[in-house]
Write a protein that binds this ligand. Structure first.
Ligand code: NAD
Ligand code: UDP
Length: 314
């Protein structure tokens, strides 16, 4: 039985990961400051192998247990959230990563950092390969997230080079599914909730920008496979579903699937909103033997069923 620490465990991906790793028989310690995560996501986890600590990773970690693996998911991920707390986001992705890496170093534990497709910024290479260095505005509104995640990759690589810390970097592309906060402002939740309530669907800009959407079960599978790679493999590895959709296509799909009477309206495009995004996942296929299995239709059906239940409870 492994003891696994999950930072950001009360958030969307964290909650899904905890459930999967508990099912596999591991002992889990979850840390979260509830910045964007929710107590409701984890309060019903009744396993004796599960412990929760409310803590901000910006501060040194109050952990005495021997840890085998650390997954770092702690960071606001939705653009409205990180832009509402830019300095907190930077501190989380820099001081927080230092604190977690110190813990990994003390415990000789493996450390997996969830980086992001945002390190590619407004990509000039399409689809994006891990070897692409990106095209990021270093001081724009998204930079608090993009640049601090880029720096987190550098911190990880330098712990690996200086201390031999066992690090793993994954770059996550847009992921969706149950336990996303319905109010977190990302496109999947906004459109599904708007459609289920027959409210206007808010397309930012003309909807020609593209994203590629990965269902959370596939993402969890990829994270666990990355953690189990040999100690000399650090990544970074892209994890995402390479099927690309325009935001307009995506809105129409959700209206159809929910049989909604919502109308599409166009709203201003946020600053530096990337025009296109699609992962090249050849490295994940080769090294992790991983590729997504759940395509958008199936994943959206599952996700819509989840949000229908949530709306009924409100
Ligand atoms: P989320 O906002 O649902 O979860 C993040 C969790 O981290 C929340 O529970 C939040 O309260 C916690 N947190 C934030 N700052 C913290 C701090 N200083 N100390 C302790 N806890 C803190 O987001 P998510 O979608 O689950 O994303 C998880 C990770 O994956 C993030 O690091 C994000 O950058 C990365 N990622 C996600 C996506 C995606 O599409 N979901 C895409 C790229 C990268
Ligand atoms: N978007 C939109 N309407 C919304 C929310 C988002 O058109 O109500 C667009 C947003 O401008 C971006 C894309 O959908 O082009 C994905 O946005 P999200 O916030 O989910 O994540 P991002 O990929 O930008 O980090």
């Amino acid at each position: 039985m492994k003891t696994i620490l999950i930072a950001g465990g009360a958030g969307f991906i964290g909650t899904n990961l905890i459930k999967k790793l508990l099912k596999e028989g591991n002992k889990i310690i979850s840390i979260d400051n509830f910045h964007t995560g929710k107590i409701e996501n984890i309060e019903n986890i009744s396993s004796e192998k599960f412990k929760f600590i409310k803590h901000d990773i910006i501060n040194p970690l109050p952990i005495n247990d021997k840890i085998d693996e650390i997954y770092n998911l702690a960071s606001p991920a939705s653009p409205p959230h990180y832009q509402a707390a830019p300095l907190q986001t930077i501190k989380t992705n820099i001081y927080g990563v230092f604190n977690l890496l110190d813990l990994a170093k003390e415990n000789d534990a493996k450390f997996l950092q969830t980086s992001t497709s945002e390190v590619y910024g407004e990509p000039l290479e399409h689809p994006q390969k891990e070897s692409y260095w990106g095209n990021v505005n270093p001081n724009g509104y998204r930079s608090c997230y993009d640049e601090s995640k880029r720096c987190s990759e550098s911190i990880c690589m330098n712990y690996y080079r200086e201390y031999n810390t066992k690090i793993k970097i994954v770059r996550i592309f847009n992921t969706y599914g149950p336990y996303m906060d319905p109010k977190d402002g990302r496109v999947v939740t906004n459109f599904i909730i708007q459609a289920l309530k027959n409210e206007d669907i808010t397309i930012y800009g003309d909807g020609s920008q593209t994203r590629s959407f990965c269902y959370v079960d596939d993402m969890i599978d990829g994270l666990i496979k990355m953690m189990s790679t040999t100690d000399d493999f650090t990544g970074p590895v892209n994890l995402g579903n390479p099927r690309e959709f325009s935001i307009l296509e995506f809105a129409k799909k959700i209206i159809k699937k929910t049989d909604s009477s919502s109308k599409i309206i166009n709203c201003p495009l946020p600053y530096d909103d990337p025009t296109q995004r699609k992962p090249n996942i050849e490295l994940a296929k080769e090294i992790l033997k991983w590729e997504p299995k759940i395509m958008l239709n199936e994943g959206l059906d599952k996700t819509i069923r989840y949000y229908k239940k949530i709306i009924c409870k409100d």
